[in-house]
Design a binder for this molecule. Structure first.
Ligand SMILES: [Cu+2]
Length: 125
């Protein structure tokens, strides 16, 4: 193997490591929703190149309100999909959009952009 080939190989490995870190480890900070007086669990999620927080803990059997604060115009994030609750919603740029559902049972529910590139998860327990 020539030096060039080794450098290309190392560069490729570094890129793979970064992609894995970016998609699986970064933005994985878990945040628990807080209860408002009506008993709804509300949490705000910033949308800018990803979801932050991307992992939200809620209590099963109580209404959940996710407030998506989209801070970009990148078309990748313009659509929000939560398949488990049949939700598909347009998120206008630089606005907040509320989405509500009730996770009746403990379990984990993914939310993604329309293309499935940006990912987050609501864990009901
Ligand atoms: Cu996308």
């Amino acid at each position: 193997m020539s030096l060039d080939q080794i450098l290309v190989l190392l560069g490729g490995l570094a890129a793979i490591a970064w992609v894995n870190w970016y998609f699986f480890l970064a933005q994985r900070a878990t945040v628990s929703a807080r209860l408002d007086p009506s008993g709804t669990q509300q949490i705000e999620i910033a949308v800018a190149g990803g979801y932050s927080p991307a992992l939200v803990r809620v209590k099963a059997g109580r209404p959940v309100r996710l407030v998506f604060d989209r801070r970009e115009t990148n078309p990748c994030s313009e659509e929000l999909v939560i398949p488990d609750f049949g939700i598909r919603r347009f998120l206008p740029p630089n606005q907040r959009t509320m989405v509500e559902f009730i996770p009746e049972l403990p379990g984990s529910h993914e939310f993604t952009c329309g293309m499935g590139m940006l990912r987050g998860k609501v864990v009901a327990e």
